[in-house]
Design a protein around this ligand. Structure first.
Ligand SMILES: Nc1ncnc2c1ncn2[C@@H]1O[C@H](COP(=O)(O)OP(=O)(O)OP(=O)(O)O)[C@@H](O)[C@H]1O
Ligand SMILES: [Mg+2]
Length: 595
């Protein structure tokens, strides 16, 4: 980290750099071979076209030498014309092959981008909630979007280029030695400064590349969070402070990039200088030697000298690129290597359509080792019953319903649905039969119709409208200027919280779940709206097992059973009337709310 960077005060959690492996690891490059192998044919085609192009380019100085040293002195007009035409033809070959190579590389690169993104996205969708809760989303985005681009460019162009440049380093000396041995040896001494440079700058280049990728990741994470939290920022008038933080991070990012590029950019001019010195040496030895060399040989050797250095410079640049790519691959594989804690067990069966009997037998659960959240929780629910979960904040109500959807695995005990242990059925068949509605309803960018249909793939407009009518969402939707075609933004900012909830009711009804879970789902509504949707809600609950979590007890009074969760277990259980009579914790809570 530069001195300037470390002097800046600590600003927020996004300013913490990710610590990954410290050394360059060839393992990541090897592992990425799986993507390269899939495109071996295209890469070989790109390689062959590049090879043709290089050979054609190298033949041109040789033709010039022939014209200058042989055909001009002999006044061989026919020879000059034929050689000139061959030169022109070779130029066309260079143009065409370069064009073809470019096309192949773009296509291969972009195909690799989509393959890596697909793998990343597929894996991300299987990761536990914890993964997303424990790291800034912006940092995940940077990996999936930016890093993948750089890597794919390297896979498509870089790998072909490395092979080509290495090959050039063999082919060019071949042409050089065919032209003049002594001058060729002089040119080859240029390898020495090249290796010295690489040895001395290797570590610093790698370190600076990593620092920059961290800073870039940090700023992305901060922007992402700031955009999501803009309302809170504005309501707390935090704009100036946040701007200062963003500015500091942008400065960090800029400085780290300048530091990284500065070192990388010393290579090209340095080697151009060496190349120029070598050319001078060629002229010196060619003219100052015992016998004056023919003009054509001198010109050809000067051209070869220049061309010989180009692959070295290119390889140096590619070396820098490999450093970046290795740093990025490390982060990408970190995602792919994160295990999906919850997955289908071997031999898991498909849960058949359920009626909705649920049983918890001695369920114990903890998020973190030795911090039990639930201990020996047992209850059974018959199909179609409505169960309310009440209790103090942090008691474990949400945890219970999350366990039912198997978002977390239990420590001991058993949870069954219609007699099937949820551990033994596929996640997809289990979760697709559960309708979960939360307090913060998620609305996707699109029309209201799209959002309702999200509940069931291939649903018709009529089905969606019928669902909206059942949950009493239809009236408010048709009162909007474009009705069901009204476009709502991501997270549904243009709708009220209650309206968002009504849409989510319709969406859930359309998915026709056997078990319904409402976690504070109606808490965003005012009492009048709640009364309005109560009828819709009753329609939604009809014939389904439902778990309703609510702090406002008036909404759950009519449930078949109320369970009071506290002290890691079910403290009380019974109907509203029974619990009131018992004069226990529920009674206290209920009477407190009446005040
Ligand atoms: N992902 C998690 N990792 C670690 N601990 C967690 C996690 N989620 C919840 N907890 C802890 O588990 C306990 C139960 O949380 P839960 O969300 O189930 O409470 P709740 O009864 O739904 O509360 P509320 O009424 O406030 O929604 C809490 O002490 C909480 O801190
Ligand atoms: Mg909760």
């Amino acid at each position: 980290m530069s001195t300037k960077t470390s002097e800046l005060p600590r600003r927020n959690k996004y300013d913490v750099d990710e610590i990954l492996e410290s050394e360059f690891s060839i393992e990541h490059l090897k592992r990425s071979g799986v993507y390269i192998r899939r495109h071996a044919k295209s890469l070989i085609a790109a390689f062959i076209t590049s090879l043709i192009s290089i050979l054609a380019a190298l033949a041109i100085p040789y033709l010039l030498m022939l014209i200058t040293d042989e055909f001009i002195p002999a006044k061989d007009i026919r020879g000059i014309i034929i050689t000139g035409l061959i030169g022109a033809l070779l130029t066309v070959v260079i143009m065409v092959t370069s064009q073809i190579k470019g096309k192949i590389c773009i296509k291969t690169g972009q195909t690799i981008v989509s393959e890596i993104r697909k793998d990343l996205f597929e894996h991300l969708q299987t990761l536990p909630f914890d993964y997303f809760d424990s790291r800034p989303h912006g940092k995940i985005m940077v990996r999936v979007v930016n890093y993948v681009n750089t890597i794919a460019d390297f896979f498509a162009n870089g790998i072909v280029n490395i092979v080509i440049e290495l090959l050039s380093l063999v082919i060019i000396p071949f042409f050089m030695f065919a032209t003049d041995v002594k001058l060729s040896v002089i040119i080859l001494t240029g390898f020495i400064p090249f290796f010295v440079y690489i040895i001395f700058t290797k570590k610093a280049i790698r370190r600076r590349a990593r620092i920059h990728s961290n800073k870039n990741s940090n700023i992305n994470a901060y922007y992402q969070e700031s955009i999501n939290g803009m309302r809170i920022t504005q309501s707390f008038s935090r704009e100036d402070t946040n701007l200062q933080i963003a500015e500091n991070m942008a400065t960090d990012c800029k400085n780290s990039l300048i530091n990284a590029r500065y070192l990388q950019h010393t290579m090209s001019p340095l080697f151009k200088l060496v190349s120029a010195l070598m050319t001078c040496l060629i002229y010196y030895f060619a003219i100052g030697g015992t016998s004056l060399l023919p003009v054509g040989v001198i010109l050809a050797m000067a051209t070869y000298c220049k061309r010989f250095w180009q692959p070295l410079i290119n390889l140096g640049n590619l070396y820098n690129q490999i450093q970046d790519v290795a740093a990025y691959l490390e982060r990408i594989f970190e995602i792919l290597d994160t295990p999906s804690l919850i997955h289908d067990e071997e031999g898991a069966i498909k849960l058949p359509p359920i009626t909705g009997n649920v049983e918890f037998c001695d369920v114990c659960f903890e998020y973190e080792e030795d911090c039990p959240i639930l201990e020996n929780v047992s209850f059974s629910v018959n199909a179609g019953q409505s169960i309310a979960l009440v209790g103090p904040t942090g008691a474990g109500k949400t945890t219970i319903v999350n366990l039912l959807s198997r978002f977390y695995d239990i420590k001991s005990g058993k949870i069954t649905v219609d007699g099937y242990n949820i551990h033994d059925v596929t996640l997809r068949s289990l979760r697709s039969q559960m309708g979960v509605m939360l307090q913060d309803t998620f609305i996707f960018a699109g029309t209201i119709m799209d959002n309702i249909k999200y509940g069931k793939l291939g649903a018709t407009d009529e089905e969606a409208i019928a669902a909206a009518k059942t949950v009493c969402a239809h009236d408010f939707i048709i009162s909007l200027p474009k009705g069901y075609d009204t476009v709502v933004s991501e997270r549904g900012a243009s709708l009220s919280a209650g309206q968002r909830q009504l849409i989510s009711f319709a969406r859930t009804l359309l998915s026709d779940p056997g078990i319904l879970i409402l976690d504070e789902a109606t808490s965003a509504m005012d009492t009048r709206t709640e009364l309005l949707v109560q009828k819709g809600l009753n329609n939604l609950l009809k014939g389904r097992t439902s778990f309703i979590i609510a702090h406002r007890l008036s909404t759950i009074k009519n449930c078949d059973r109320i369970m009071y969760i506290a002290d890691k277990s079910i403290l009380e259980s019974g109907t509203h009337e029974e619990l009131l009579k018992a004069h226990g914790a529920y009674y206290k809570l209920y009477t407190a709310q009446l005040d």
